[in-house]
Design a binder for this molecule. Structure first.
Ligand code: GLV
Ligand code: MG
Length: 284
């Protein structure tokens, strides 16, 4: 499964749920949290469960964002979506390793209750100052955790920061979360770009996420999907370079040579690792 784009879709909109597999996103996120008003929480849960069983999107990863652990809804959400079948359960506002373990236990107990043998992994959203401070503890808390998304809207709101297209206000949170994810070996998913009609800003923001090393990016509009997918595909000249690096390294190793160079650049282990990642992204 590719993981360049994670598209949020409101869990109370049947038309959008039905179109989930046609929008080009690698993973769709049916949202039961902030896109759904309090009075509609139960109806949306039923609708999303129905979409998972009856209209199961094919060829894309499926996630449901359930309500947070501090709400009266999350346990019913968890049981319903695990029973209906989902690849991932996304849990918002995770702030500690203990909460991550609570999520992992809840997934396991929901699976047992409905007799499911399918693997269900967790995606956490970190979107508070405390969550950012605890990023590595969260990222390394449980094998059930597949990846972490930065939620910059809630984060900047709780920091009292302004949210801008340039994103200087989230520089630390991005880097902290990214480093924690890489250290723990889970996917690092960048925050959505919130200015829906600023497509030039979106492209810059996605290119920056790629530059930093994020594995994918969330999107809040179907119009953003294609551009973000493209940003995560390595350019042909980079793929070509990576192939030449690998060929040069292979030849050197066959000939028993240590240090070799290509276009005046030493081909050492970090360069080989970079080339491997480019080829992995190109083929994924
Ligand atoms: C996502 O949940 C965000 O708060 O940005
Ligand atoms: Mg949020």
């Amino acid at each position: 499964m590719r993981n360049r784009t994670f598209l949020f879709m409101p869990g109370n909109n049947p038309g959008m749920l039905a179109s989930a597999q046609c929008l080009g996103a690698d993973v769709v996120i049916f949202d039961l949290e902030d896109a759904v008003a309090q009075l509609e929480k139960d109806a949306a849960r039923t609708l999303v469960s129905h979409a998972l069983t009856e209209l199961r999107p094919q060829g894309v990863g499926v996630t449901v964002r359930i309500n947070g652990l501090d709400t009266p809804y999350w346990q019913a959400d968890m049981q319903a979506v695990v029973a209906a079948g989902t690849d991932f359960v996304m849990v918002p506002k995770i702030e500690s390793a203990e909460q991550m373990l609570q999520v992992a236990e809840a997934i396991e107990s929901a699976r047992q209750k409905c007799g499911s043998t399918a693997t269900v992994k967790a995606l956490a959203i970190i979107e508070t100052p405390l969550g950012i401070e605890n990023a590595y503890a969260i990222a390394s808390a449980s094998k059930t955790l597949h990846g972490i998304l930065l939620g910059a809207e809630d984060f900047t709101a709780s920091m009292g920061a302004q949210r801008t297209a340039e994103g200087a206000e989230i520089a630390y949170a991005r880097s902290r979360l990214l480093t924690a994810c890489k250290a723990a070996g889970v996917l690092a998913i960048d925050t959505p770009f919130p200015f829906v009609s600023d497509l030039e800003g979106l492209e810059k923001d996605a290119a920056f996420a790629v530059q930093l090393g994020f594995d994918g990016k969330a999107v809040i509009s179907p119009h953003h999907v294609h551009r973000v997918n493209q940003a995560f595909m390595p350019a042909p000249d980079k793929v070509n370079w990576a192939r030449r690096v690998m060929a040069t390294a292979r030849k050197a190793s066959e000939e028993g040579k240590g240090a070799v160079s290509l276009d005046g650049m030493m081909i050492d282990l970090p360069i080989i690792k970079r080339a491997e990642r480019i080829l992995l992204l190109a083929d994924a």
